[in-house]
Design a protein around this ligand. Sequence first.
Ligand SMILES: [Zn+2]
Ligand SMILES: [Zn+2]
Length: 139
Amino acid sequence: MKGECLCGAVKFEIKEQIRNLYQCHCSLCRKTTGTTANAATLVRAAAFCWLMGESKISSYKKPTGFRNDFCSLCGSPVPNRLEGTGVVWIPAGLLDELVESRVAVHLHTKSAAPWELDSAECIRIDGGPDSVDTLNQLL
Ligand SMILES: [Zn+2]
Ligand SMILES: [Zn+2]
């Protein structure tokens, strides 16, 4: 299984089956991704390797220890070796091949953004809206 960031400068490969995915709804993951929840999986460090672009990775660490590694060219979150665990955190959106696993666990749902809660009720359209007016008229 291969994956890459938005610009393609950072590429990696996972040499084991992707197991269950999870989505974290905590406020840190919301800031990191700019969206409702951070979809990810965890793989063994021994099964993970960088193919290119490791030198393009920047890292931000909060005083609490929460760390976000990202491509310094395009800003995509990138895999992050979790210190002392032997495990690598993989942002699911970077995976480029067919992922047969599905999101199985939602974490930190108590901190979910209130605007997220009704997402199951949302209107779903195949593509993007033609304009802001079109989007607003859907409601
Ligand atoms: Zn990039
Ligand atoms: Zn989180």
